[in-house]
Design a protein. Structure first.
Length: 137
């Protein structure tokens, strides 16, 4: 199930890791990996939304400030910004693909592999230490 949490995030977005987290809440290993995948998808969705807002706001501001509204060509900022944002989205998806495969393989080996920042956050949410040891406080 830990492998599925990582791999299914590619097609199930944040819903697949959330379902696995809710179903396997008792299993610390599975819930740790599912929560990491869920947090990664949430961060990716927030970054995606921020980029889309920036793209559309910059496009509409450029169009609104255009002094020649009739028979005008599209603003040059559109031709510069659109390919960069598109490459960012494709690059982000490629990074998500690599992360899902690498951490899915590590989960299949039984490793408590942590995402760089989100792993510590997931451990804190689940109240487990390194290696899945329950924290006593």
């Amino acid at each position: 199930m830990a492998i599925l949490a990582h791999v299914l995030q590619l097609v199930g977005w944040w819903i697949a890791p959330l379902i696995i987290l809710l179903i396997k809440r008792e299993a610390r290993f599975v819930s740790f990996h599912a929560l990491q995948a869920l947090l990664l998808r949430i961060v990716y969705a927030v970054l995606f939304a921020v980029c889309m807002i920036l793209f559309f706001s910059s496009f509409f501001l450029t169009v609104a400030n255009n002094p020649h509204p009739q028979n005008a060509q599209p603003p040059p900022a559109f031709f510069l910004l659109f390919p960069l944002i598109w490459l960012g989205f494709v690059g982000g998806w490629a990074v998500m693909l690599v992360i899902a495969i690498v951490y899915g393989i590590k989960a299949g080996r039984g490793e408590w592999a942590e995402y760089p920042v989100l792993g510590a956050l997931a451990r804190r949410f689940l109240k487990i230490g390194p290696g899945g040891v329950p924290l006593t406080s």
